[in-house]
Ligand binder design. Structure first.
Ligand code: ASP
Length: 358
């Protein structure tokens, strides 16, 4: 018999982080952690609310804080999302909030944009759990935002509203584009913002309101911008480090990184790309010897210009995101001559017929 209608199939991938963490007492917002909750336990808790929203599949891909993830882990997460998208209508990833913006942006570049991929997390742990007697979560942490954020993320995913927008972060009922969102407070409940561009929409009860569309780099939305199909998670990824520039800053770290085998550097320059004399001299020497050196702004918003001729630009990307983009560009771009073009092409959203990374 033909099935005339069905609920959207949403795959939920758990990576760990606060959203899956437990405490011994419901008001401990600092020393929480293990034993963590499996993503299926989080879904089970929300099952009554989700019964008519989506068919859900949980998969625990990682179980660690986001700051502990390496590039090989991110490759693994990309594969997990791409695999899930072969059968699911949408994917939700639950992650730690500290590096959530990086995980979201990495996925934005490495998974297709034609179906919703949502990343969420929480600032407060989920529930009380006694390591000696683990039982289903019955006592929630006071004011926990985990269940509400996960519920909102699944509703957005199931709605299909963000199909074509790339990876979207849902946190505190706001929707943010992955390339723009940053965590702007270390502890407050709603720490995510998209400087200058603002959020792209919000969740209101069971509805999703989208204010605007996300401009993306040119490419077929059904394919990832960067295809990691042949990358094995265990392969050694190129190492790229970030240096921040400030008045009087020296350049010794550049040499140390080059000696350590670093394949590229990102400089978080002052303003629209100013770099202290000491760091500029050392970075310029390394660039002339073939090391890709990207210069973005440490201000948190706005682009840079090539003031010295050797810098690669990455538009208005945050330094942490420019680093991920450089790692991906190094993974897929064999020609160092084309690296700068690849960075510019992928860094900036493109209005039809127009692109400018400076
Ligand atoms: N340490 C946590 C992390 O995994 C913090 C969080 O999830 O909010 O990023």
């Amino acid at each position: 018999m033909t099935r005339l209608s069905r609920l959207p199939h949403v795959a939920v991938i758990g990576l760990g982080g606060t959203i899956a963490s437990s405490t011994l007492v419901p008001d401990d917002l600092i020393t929480y952690g293990a034993p963590g909750f499996h993503v299926d336990e989080l879904l089970e808790y929300l099952r009554p609310e989700l019964l008519n929203v989506a068919e859900l599949d949980g998969e625990q891909v990682l179980a660690s804080g986001s700051s502990a993830l390496g590039i090989a882990d991110l490759v693994r997460v990309s594969h997990a999302v791409n695999d899930a998208l072969t059968t699911a209508d949408a994917v939700v990833v639950t992650s730690g909030s500290d590096a959530l913006e990086e995980i979201a942006y990495w996925l934005d570049l490495t998974v297709p944009a034609d179906r919703p991929v949502i990343v969420t997390g929480s600032m407060r742990p989920f529930a009380v759990r006694d390591p000696e007697r683990p039982a289903p979560p019955t006592r929630l942490v006071h004011g926990t935002d985990g269940p509400a954020n996960l519920l909102a993320a699944i509703r957005v995913a199931a709605s299909g509203v963000t199909a074509g927008q790339g990876v979207v972060v849902v946190f505190g009922d706001l929707l943010h584009a992955a390339r723009d969102v940053v965590k702007r407070h270390s502890t407050l409940p709603d720490p995510f913002e998209s400087p200058v561009s603002g959020p792209i929409g919000y969740v209101f009860g069971g509805s999703v309101v989208l204010h605007r569309h996300v401009l993306r780099p040119p490419g077929d939305p059904a394919k990832p911008l960067v295809d990691l199909a042949d990358r094995v998670a265990g392969d050694e990824p190129p190492r790229v480090e970030i240096l921040i520039s400030y008045p009087g800053g020296g350049g010794e770290a550049v040499e140390a990184y080059v000696n350590a085998g670093v394949r590229g550097l990102v400089i978080a320059g002052m303003g629209f790309g100013s770099i202290s004399n000491g760091l500029a001299a050392a970075a310029g020497r390394a660039a002339q010897e073939g090391l890709p050196v990207v210069c973005v702004s440490r201000t948190g918003a706005g682009s840079t210009v090539a003031k010295r001729g050797w810098e690669i630009l990455a538009g208005d990307l945050a330094p942490t995101k420019a680093r991920l983009l450089l790692i991906l560009a190094l993974l897929v771009e064999q020609s160092s001559a084309r690296l700068a073009d690849t960075m510019v092409r992928l860094a900036m959203p493109a209005a039809p017929g127009k692109r400018d990374a400076t």
